[in-house]
Write a new protein. Structure first.
Length: 433
């Protein structure tokens, strides 16, 4: 069986950026035979949140490469140039392209790597391949739509699988009820609810706000309740000094800080990224509620300081038992559909790695995002997007992607050189012993 130098799980922005970094390193004589496995049938970036009027929340200069190599052919600017839109884009006078356009840029970049990416296969587990006492290689098992299992063998691995929908506990027993769905599936699922009269949106972040506005425009006959524990919707702070936390050198600062300080930094700046929509969006929502006051017709409701305590599936709808945290009162409301804009968790990589658990003590990573492993475990395993607690808030975003992939590529090349030279050295030292 062919042995790859690297297999990448997922082909979102993180691994596309890595593929580019490796491609560019090839030009300086570092050849890494890499292959990527993506579960979607073709490239798509958060397809179910591709809402009209949604814009990037990061400058286009933080694309897949510019921060690492502004002269790369994979820059957003070169994409515009190749698509004959550079001048028109300049006239837009924005740093924040639409999400549709950025998805098109990512699709364009991904297409350069069709020869080394298998789409439509979901990686289900990663197994150790023993050679004597050592784990020298990894066997990556994936399943396609026809339930056929594929196996590939690699010297190293990078897991860049993004986030998995976070479903609050009170909804967990209703996961199969089609009337409740996560924002991750919004556009696909909302089609089934065109005649819904009353919809709840649970959450206080960018996705909850975007979905509220989308539902407001989608049908004049739908009532939408925006439900959140928070007292108000706070805007994301993207002012320049605060934004410095997304600079690449801040990663060093966070990583080198003692654990308690790291936690303090994450807490202090948590709102730059979570439960913090763009100010413009908040103003649009405020305006919707203001116009309701002007007309005297209450269509939507802003149920702030409300906590969902229980969800009950009934024939006529989903009943939510809400607790009004201000009045300390319970109330029941029934909805035709409930959208959970409740964020993502990022520890799914642990279940993919379950068969390797004995070789990773505590799943900590080094500065180059490599999981620290037992001495007899040779393959390098890197994580992208799951290192927020060690590397800072930029880890789940696009902010440091270009630079991070260069750091990973560097560590990967070192590790491959080391492992390819190892057998000879090991034989020598064994003989000496
Ligand atoms: C709606 C939305 C908008 C966002 N907008 C911004 C923004 O404007 N700016 C910003 O900086 N960040 C934004 N983000 C954050 C987002 O995490 C990053 O933009 C970016 O997508 C991270 O790239 P990634 O490749 O690490 O993860 P993802 O983009 O999530 O890609 C992971 C890929 O792995 C695949 N995958 C998962 N599991 C498996 C498996 N077992 N086998 C095979 N494939 C698998 C998935 O299908 C997916 O294609 C946004 C997030 C969302 C949800």
């Amino acid at each position: 069986m062919k042995i790859y130098d690297l297999i990448g799980i997922g082909f979102g922005p993180s691994n596309i950026a890595l593929a580019i970094a490796l491609e560019e390193k090839k030009q300086i004589d570092h050849h890494v035979e890499s292959f990527f496995i993506e579960k979607q049938p073709s490239f798509a970036w958060h397809a179910n949140m591709m809402l009209d009027n949604a814009h990037m929340q990061v400058s286009f200069l933080k694309d897949l490469v510019t921060m690492r190599n502004p002269s790369s052919r994979f820059t957003f600017i070169n994409y515009l140039h190749e698509n004959n839109r550079l001048q028109d884009f300049i006239n837009l006078k924005t740093f924040f392209p639409s999400r549709h356009e950025f998805n098109d840029y990512l699709t364009w970049a991904a297409a350069h790597f069709n020869h080394c990416c298998a789409y439509g296969e979901e990686v289900i587990e990663v197994l150790p391949e023993k050679l004597g006492d050592e784990i020298a290689l990894l066997r990556v098992r994936s399943r396609d739509k026809s339930q056929v299992v594929h196996e590939r063998v690699t010297r190293s691995l990078v897991i860049s699988i993004g986030g998995q929908p976070r479903i609050p506990d009170c909804f967990s027993s209703l996961k199969k009820d089609a009337r409740i769905f996560h924002s991750n599936n919004y556009l696909q699922e909302i089609k089934q609810h065109v005649s819904a009269k009353k919809i709840a949106v649970v959450g206080a972040g960018q996705s909850a706000s975007e979905i509220f506005m989308d539902l407001h425009h989608r049908s004049k006959h739908t009532q939408v309740d925006l439900i959140m524990r928070a007292r108000s919707i706070k805007p994301s702070d993207d002012s320049p000094f605060v934004n410095e936390i997304f600079n690449t050198d801040f990663t060093d600062y966070v990583f080198n800080s003692p654990e308690q300080k790291r936690t303090e930094i994450l807490d202090e700046f948590w709102h730059t990224n979570y439960a913090a929509p763009d100010l413009v969006l908040i103003e649009q929502i405020f305006n919707v509620f203001y116009q309701q006051k002007v007309s005297g017709i209450e269509r939507h409701r802003f149920l702030r300081r409300h906590e969902v305590r229980k969800a009950i599936a009934q024939p006529g709808g989903i009943q939510l038992i809400l607790h009004d945290l201000n009045a300390d009162n319970p109330r029941a409301e029934t909805y035709d559909a409930v959208v959970l804009a409740t964020g993502y968790h990022r520890d799914h990589y642990k279940s993919l790695l379950t068969p390797l658990a004995p070789y990773f003590r505590d799943l900590t990573v080094d500065r180059h995002y490599r999981l620290c492993s037992a001495p007899n475990f040779k393959p390098a395993v890197f994580l992208q997007g799951a290192c927020e607690s060690s590397h800072g808030l930029s880890d789940t975003l696009l902010s440091v992607t270009a630079v991070r992939t260069s750091e990973i590529a560097q560590a990967l090349i070192q590790s491959l050189n080391h492992s390819k030279n190892m057998p000879a050295k090991r034989t020598m030292s064994t003989e000496l012993v």
